[in-house]
Design a protein around this ligand. Structure first.
Ligand code: ARG
Length: 456
């Protein structure tokens, strides 16, 4: 065995199984090979490889890449991880020159490099999926631009909004998620290569050149930090967790809306499942699974946070536990975003049901209080007066808008008039006419803005 060195015994079989990472870190192969080629090229500059040796190494690495992609590469647990599997195969293929590759490098800066490259690309993929879901939400909001519905606080009917306004709230959330990933991507795009095991190397390679070749913006400034740092993973895991939280809230809305109690939307048959027992059931499984998977995303964040918290500088093997949660979270969120976009595109909004729910005149109690304010009544007093009207309506079992004129007159002189201009749902929505508010005019502005942003 090539790395026997100071060891006189083979690693125990159980230990091999327990400590290997090849079963999951093999997916880093392309980054590992790109990193090795850049590293080898820099060795030519440092005089530790001849140009011919570099070419041999590069060709060997590229042939390994081909074999991996053709599914013809045999990964070995005995060789522990992706780095040693590829390096060992290189020497098998090109002979002793392969053994020169690892000079001035450690698996510690290597794994940090590979994982940063992976995470950078993962951010790109997630960003594409975010844009796709935002587009689906904007399309649906445009389709149902004129649907009025109640907006809720405490899941109690609050004030009138529109379906478009409600859906656009998620577009905003997702946009902050995208911004966070863009920022994380800039912060993580720093090359750790050259940091070695922890203290750089006596063989000084051109780090800037390596960084440039790998598309990094800069090189890390402290070798110990570069080896110990997993902030970039944690940051992206947090960003993913928050996307999960947003998707979970959307899911909860859809679960409620698709229930018989609300009936605001109908999800496509293709996006729901039946019950094995109750023939009438149509269950919002995508939404429920999304809500459920969010817990798993948080779990990934917490597991890496916990792995890191007690570690002295610099590398500790605990850090190997960063990859499975990262890969799992990335795979999970990419799929969740894609399936949620598809679900959104297949959703039908039940305009009448939304309108009926929004036509509850209680939703305009605030509008009535606002009217009193415009007539010079202090808001707190107005709130109490309208609150009394609400109590009377509930007691009499009538709509707020149908209280007898005598009752209004008793409550306040300015209410002693035809109040139908207040209890006009369309006018009430149109009156909410300030940037960010749900007046159809404002929502149209937002829709146009998002259509433009997302078409870029
Ligand atoms: N498989 C290891 C990881 O993922 C690579 C680095 C190993 N370094 C070491 N000194 N054992 O963290």
């Amino acid at each position: 065995m090539m790395w026997k060195g100071r060891f006189s015994e083979q690693t125990a079989e159980l230990v091999v199984k327990y400590t290997e990472s090849i079963s999951y870190d093999r997916r880093l192969y392309a980054y590992d090979i790109a990193g090795s080629i850049a590293h080898a090229r820099a060795q030519v500059g440092a005089g530790t490889l001849s140009p011919d040796e570099f070419e041999l190494i590069e060709a060997g690495l590229l042939s390994i890449k081909e074999s991996i992609e053709a599914g013809e590469f045999t990964w070995s647990k005995e060789l522990e991880d992706v780095h040693m599997n590829i390096e060992s195969e290189l020497t098998k293929r090109i002979g002793p020159v392969g053994a020169k590759l690892h000079a001035a490098r450690s698996r510690n800066d290597q794994v940090a490099t590979d994982t940063r490259l992976y995470t950078r690309e993962a951010c790109e993929v997630i960003l594409d999926e975010i844009r796709n879901l935002q587009t689906a939400l904007v399309e649906k909001a445009t389709e149902y631009q004129d649907v009025v519905m109640p907006g809720y606080t405490h899941l109690q009917r609050g004030q009138p909004v529109s379906m478009a306004h409600h859906l656009l709230a998620y577009v905003e959330m997702l946009d902050r998620d995208a911004q966070r990933l863009e920022q994380a991507k800039t912060r993580l795009n720093v090359s750790p290569l050259g940091s070695g095991a922890l203290a750089g190397s006596t063989i000084c390679l051109d780090r800037e050149q390596v960084a440039h070749e790998l598309g990094f913006d800069s090189v890390s400034q402290n070798s110990m930090d570069a080896i110990a740092d997993r902030d970039y993973i944690l940051e992206v895991l947090f960003d993913i967790s928050l996307i999960g939280a947003h998707l979970s809230r959307l899911s909860e809305d859809l679960i409620l809306w698709s229930s018989a109690e609300f009936g605001f939307v109908v999800l496509a048959d293709a996006h729901t499942t039946g019950s094995s027992l109750m023939p009438q059931k149509k269950n919002p499984d995508i939404a429920e699974i999304t809500r459920g998977k969010t817990g798993r995303l948080y779990g990934s964040l917490i597991s890496v946070l916990t792995a890191v918290k007690g570690l002295p500088l610099t590398y500790n093997r605990d850090l190997q536990e960063d990859k499975e949660p990262l890969f799992d979270a990335v795979d999970t969120i990419v799929m969740a975003l894609a399936v949620n976009a598809e679900q959104m595109r297949g959703m039908t909004v039940m305009k009448e049901r939304c309108l009926i729910a929004a036509s509850d005149s209680m939703l305009l109690a605030t509008d009535l209080a606002d009217y009193l304010v415009r007539e010079g009544v202090a808001f707190r007093d107005a709130h109490e007066i309208v609150g009394s009207a609400v109590a009377i309506a509930i007691e009499q079992g009538v709509e707020l808008s149908s209280l007898p004129q005598s009752t209004w007159a008793e409550l306040h002189p300015v209410l002693d008039r035809d109040l139908s201009f207040i209890f006009n749902l369309k006018a009430a929505l149109e009156a909410r006419d300030n940037p960010g508010a749900p007046a159809p005019k404002q929502v149209a502005i937002q829709l146009a803005r998002w259509q433009e942003v997302l078409s870029e």
